[in-house]
Design a protein around this ligand. Sequence first.
Ligand SMILES: Nc1ncnc2c1ncn2[C@@H]1O[C@H](COP(=O)(O)OP(=O)(O)OP(=O)(O)O)[C@@H](O)[C@H]1O
Ligand SMILES: [Mg+2]
Length: 394
Amino acid sequence: MGTVGRGNGSADGARRREGSSREGPSEGRQAWRPAEAPTATPTAGEDADTDAAAGPTPWTSPEQLPPDREFEGDLRPSRLADFVGQDRVVSNLRVALQATQSRGEALDHLLLAGPPGLGKTSLARILAAELDADLHATTGPALERPRDLVGILTQLKAGDVLFVDEIHRVPSAVEEYLYSAMEDYAIEFTLGEGPSARVVPLRLERFTLVGATTREGLLSAPFRARFGLVERLVPYPDADLVRILDRAARLLGLQLEPAAAELLAARSRGTPRVAGRYLRRARDLAAVAGRSTVDGALAAEAMARLGVDPLGLDDVDRRILGYLGRNPNVPVGLKTLAAAIGESEDTIEEVFEPHLLRMGLLHRTARGRLVTPEGCRAVGLDPAGATGSGESSF
Ligand SMILES: Nc1ncnc2c1ncn2[C@@H]1O[C@H](COP(=O)(O)OP(=O)(O)OP(=O)(O)O)[C@@H](O)[C@H]1O
Ligand SMILES: [Mg+2]
């Protein structure tokens, strides 16, 4: 946990310091491969030296990977005016900020929900900056004991922002303390144990809790009910991603031609983090070629080297579609699918499926996953017969 003044805090830094990693998909995904882009789409066999069960670390993963950290820090929008897209969320936050500032009160507690890489941490920092308040950043798993929370809460000054990333992972014993802290700005902390235990009442300053979660459904109803504002981030349309890429390129001093921005945006799975990662790869390629401009051809080459096709699919997506496409009319259970392609169920559900569903390449049914005709075609299979190999035509 760190106190980092004037909105410049880093929950990601906190996550790193606490040595916590997300449960589920990201754990297996921390085995980062070096930045050398593969010259062809990697196959499972080529990844024998990495965690075989986790498969290749996909370039397409919306989760933050180690090489993203420094780069993201530099490109994070620092004010609401720099934050591209998510118009409804931004406009609601503007109203809340204005109302708060005119009343001179602390902002309502805010829950930011949505898939990884869409800007939750960025928004939390922006809010602190807009409020001209200090941001105190921590993560759910770092709040192991009530004492950890008390230590943080008692440091908060009036109007400060307490940012709790991965708030769905706050242990339930700590959650109970947060209830009264959020509602009454007071907690009763028990010191000692047994007959000598004493209850110490503590008054807190009026602070704002900003929680971020990728798994809103895991939050208990009473916890969720204590947030005055709940905002959900959604994947970005390509036009917004183009603006995000243009801004990032400008900050990096890189010329990005419109055709290149559009190509990268279309493959970024609605996720600014993924777009940033692709821009970085294109920039590397440009540097190697001794060029200062990324044009459409160079962007396409960067994508081909990463094995990312025009639909934004990578090797694992294609394996999923290929497996389902062998019998396109037979639903496949998640467990079976996970075993067949060598990824965990969580990873399939949280990393790969959202994009496949959004693109209409896959259906979820009560009996299992079904590939759509478009999904079959995306991997070069005939939706009617599906006798092909399931390999990509990419
Ligand atoms: N609306 C946006 N405008 C400009 N850049 C953005 C926007 N949203 C996200 N980004 C960029 O994407 C990167 C990832 O965003 P951020 O870390 O805020 O996502 P997150 O939702 O907190 O992800 P996670 O759930 O993994 O913590 C940021 O470094 C930032 O550069
Ligand atoms: Mg974050």
